[in-house]
Design a binder for this molecule. Structure first.
Ligand code: MRU
Length: 379
């Protein structure tokens, strides 16, 4: 049989402004973020000169997505160290800026450990700050490499599951270059399928309430020339029923030891739909998203976000607003209470496969996941 999945070309998402970069102008080092609250209408960069500004950017989703939060957290520690702020306090603030994506605490810890280790080794404040920055840069590079490997493993998995190619892939939230040092996670796999000529359609959930699908995934898909179609989240059911979805590809904010997956709210209903319609439900995430210390999904802290994100429309995109109450267009009577969890948990039995840079686990088992993680330590 002809190989429907011939190797794709170089995946560099070069047409995108980098989601984050470290700069050292004469006034002192800064962390520059592409302000994702403004996309897709405005490409504005946000310059963080201190940790409180970065924490605010994290809370309001100017910078977001699990892998990028880890990278931002690590650079945040470096920023505090380089600018002579209290590093332990800064690390504490950063690690708790958002609770669900385990990558954030991981990135902070990694830079902090490098900093403390250098201090202990007698490096002095400047040397320790350099060590923190080196750790952040290393994580940034590793994440880019992880993206490439996830794309390759994910594409190989799709080839195995759906050898005929011509895929119609449904995705949720945003998992591309905007959340990563590289091409991303789930969207990197879709991008690889596209370059292999095997992506017939990318179905993009708008992702209520903050519209990461409509604003960010559609933005990335358009730039990459992918054939994409946007849908409201609640249209997914009829799309499955019509036989229009061959696979679901999503990312993750935390994967627990038993293989439960925390991801953007609305992921779990897709997993249920996928199971009912016999469609593979594939999670793509770097090993830094796997949290073996948390035993199961029920133990994950799910971030609860303010109700006005639901009772008002287009909250984060209004120019000049920081996403506070009253910054969007009201769509419910004043005083309406809203349920607004940022994430939901998909149990492992609904997940066909988890794709990481270390390989694929399918079926998803505790032992299989632990073995994939162990490959990082041995390799
Ligand atoms: O609230 P967000 O926009 O930070 O949520 C992001 C997601 O849920 C992504 O799907 C997840 O971080 C995986 S990104 C590789």
């Amino acid at each position: 049989m002809a190989d429907q999945y011939a190797v794709p070309a170089d995946p560099a998402p070069s047409s995108l402004t980098p989601a984050l970069r470290w700069e050292e102008p004469p006034e002192g080092p800064v962390l520059v973020l592409l302000d994702q609250r403004r996309l897709p209408t405005e490409e504005i960069e946000l310059v963080c000169t201190d940790v409180p500004a970065l924490v605010e950017a994290i809370r309001t989703l100017a910078v977001r997505g699990a892998p990028l939060l880890g990278i931002a957290g690590a650079y945040g520690v470096a920023l505090a160290a380089v600018r002579g702020f209290e590093v332990d306090d800064a690390a504490e603030l950063l690690a708790h800026a958002r609770p669900t994506a385990v990558n954030l605490a991981y990135g902070v810890r990694r830079a902090l450990e490098a900093y403390r280790g250098a201090l202990k080794g007698g490096a002095g404040a400047t040397g320790a700050a350099e060590a923190a920055l080196d750790a952040a840069r290393a994580l940034h590079r590793e994440d880019a490499r992880a993206s490439e490997l996830m794309a390759a493993h994910g594409l190989a998995l799709l080839k195995e599951l759906l050898p005929g190619g011509g895929l119609r892939v449904l995705t949720h939230c945003n998992t591309g270059a905007l959340v990563s040092g590289g091409a991303g996670t789930a969207l990197a796999v879709a991008g690889a399928a596209h370059r292999a000529g095997q992506l017939r359609r990318l179905w993009v959930d708008e992702t209520r309430p903050l519209l990461q699908g409509a604003r960010l995934t559609a933005y990335e898909a358009a730039r990459a020339g992918m054939p994409y179609t946007l849908l409201t989240d609640n249209a997914a059911g009829s799309l499955f029923a019509a036989g229009e979805v061959d696979a679901v590809l999503i990312g993750a904010d935390r994967i627990t030891a038993d293989g439960s997956v925390a991801n953007k709210v609305g992921s779990y209903p897709l997993a249920v739909l996928a199971r009912y319609h016999h469609v593979p439900f594939v999670v793509v995430a770097p090993i830094t998203t796997v949290d073996l210390k948390t035993p199961e999904g029920a133990a994950i802290e799910v971030e609860q976000r303010p109700g006005h994100e639901v009772t008002e429309f287009a909250v984060p995109q209004v120019p000049g607003s920081g996403g506070e109450a009253g910054s969007g267009v009201p769509i419910a009577p004043l005083g309406t209470q809203a349920y607004n969890p940022a994430f939901d948990i998909t149990p492992p039995e609904l997940v066909t496969a988890i794709v990481t840079e270390n390989g694929v686990v399918s079926p998803v088992t505790e032992a299989g996941l632990a073995e994939l993680c162990a490959r990082s330590r041995s390799g």
